[in-house]
Design a protein around this ligand. Structure first.
Ligand code: ATP
Ligand code: MG
Length: 382
């Protein structure tokens, strides 16, 4: 495990008395790729600006390599930033854009070293041979890589990136995600990356920090955040999830819709109400009689690799991802393995997320109780 490089301790940021970051605690390791993820306005850029020194926290401390740096200005921090609007120098070619910061350095570095450092950086961002190109003649992705080279040539210990791929189309974004990860590993430095795109965060990061309303809700590896979300907000924000009310009847047993399901979680109070997350890909469709719950298909969307189907269980609509087609109107049974069920504590986000009613046009008309043959032992609403 590598060592801590940056720490925000009890950082609060308020503008005109309005708190936009509330008591943030964040530790960033050396050589880590850490991503701040959350919806618009949650405080991602503000957090980045505090690390970069462009903003001084209203209260709390910022540490770099163990030293408090609250009062150190941006240019004296060992940190560089790539903004979404990276504004290359249009009157300079690619080489001079990258060389710019080096030429400003005091004491001045020798010409041979300057050339070799610029070329080395262009190699790393895969732009060798582009030295004399006008920046205006480059594609969006190439311009973005010039901006990254320009920031990295100064050899910061940390690169801050604020939604740097926001302006690129989807295909280019995906290519650049791989590029950025590769560049970070090649340079062997810390990246602090801001995005509101959960897929991007999962694909690139060592650690993901999920934020909402100026608070950090969860910090973890992409796998942790996806498989063990802390609350309904995180579960909903990261990927698709069905989130239903449950009651923990015992360790390893949760009651949903009046049925008991085996699960792997424990440590709750007897009969504690909980939120239950079930990912759409963890639900198996089985014959009606074999189902732990049965419901009616109300909507089917072909997604290429799989179908998204919406299934009504007594008015609550679940999303299931499956490669088997079940037509609209079909009665189906479902099975969920214990490791497909994740239990979360109730939170202020309970009840706000995880029902797929809006996917189905027929929400108001369907009453699946009417379609239930009498005596179906496994029925959801029995
Ligand atoms: N200089 C400022 N003065 C007043 N309010 C500010 C200032 N900077 C940020 N805010 C407010 O702080 C909150 C968090 O802003 P921030 O830019 O950190 O959000 P963000 O997570 O980066 O959002 P986005 O994804 O839209 O970029 C917002 O409500 C914003 O309006
Ligand atoms: Mg922002």
């Amino acid at each position: 495990m590598s060592k801590e490089l940056i720490r925000l301790a009890n950082c609060t940021m308020a503008f005109d008395g309005e708190v936009v970051l509330n008591n943030i605690e964040l530790s960033i390791n050396d050589k880590e790729f850490l991503t701040l993820l959350g919806p618009s306005g949650c405080g991602k850029t503000t957090t980045l600006r505090i690390i970069g020194g462009f903003q001084r926290p209203t209260s709390g401390d910022v540490f770099f390599d163990g030293a408090r740096i609250n009062d150190i200005p941006p240019h004296r921090r060992n940190v560089n930033t790539v903004f979404q609007k990276y504004a290359l120098f249009t009157h300079l070619d690619v080489f001079e854009n990258v060389a710019f910061g080096l030429r400003m350095q005091k004491p001045a570095i020798g010409k041979a070293e300057l050339v070799s450092r610029v070329l080395e950086m262009l190699e790393i961002v895969s732009l060798r041979g582009f030295e004399r190109r006008e920046t205006a003649s480059l594609s969006g992705g190439q311009q973005q890589r010039v901006a990254i080279a320009r920031a990295l040539v100064l050899r910061p210990k940390v690169l801050l990136l604020d939604e740097p791929l926001g302006a690129l189309d989807l295909r280019l974004r995906k290519d650049m995600q791989n590029e950025l990860k590769r560049i970070q590993q090649a340079m062997d430095i810390t990246f602090v990356y801001v995005t509101h795109d959960q897929e991007e965060a999962l694909a690139m990061s060592d650690s993901v920090v999920v934020m909402d309303g100026g608070e950090i809700l969860q910090i973890g590896t992409p796998e942790d955040i996806y498989n063990e979300p802390e609350n309904a907000f995180v579960a909903d924000f990261i990927g698709e999830s069905n989130i239903v009310d449950g009651v923990m009847t015992a360790d390893g047993s949760v009651e949903i819709f009046g049925r008991r399901f085996a699960c792997l979680d424990g440590g709750f109070a007897p009969n504690e109400p909980v939120d239950v997350v079930i990912r759409p890909e963890d639900i198996d469709i089985v014959a009606l009689g074999d189902g732990m719950l049965t419901g009616t298909v109300t909507n089917v969307t072909f997604k290429g690799v799989h179908y998204d189907i919406i299934v009504d269980f007594k008015g609550f609509k679940w999303l299931i991802q499956t490669t088997d087609l079940s037509p609209v109107g079909a009665r189906i049974g479902i099975k969920i393995d214990p490791d497909g069920i994740h239990i979360m504590k109730k939170s202020r986000y309970s009840g706000l997320f995880g029902d797929y009613s809006s996917y189905s046009a027929e929400y108001d008309e369907i009453s699946d109780a009417a379609a239930v043959p009498a005596g179906t032992a496994q029925e959801a609403d029995s």
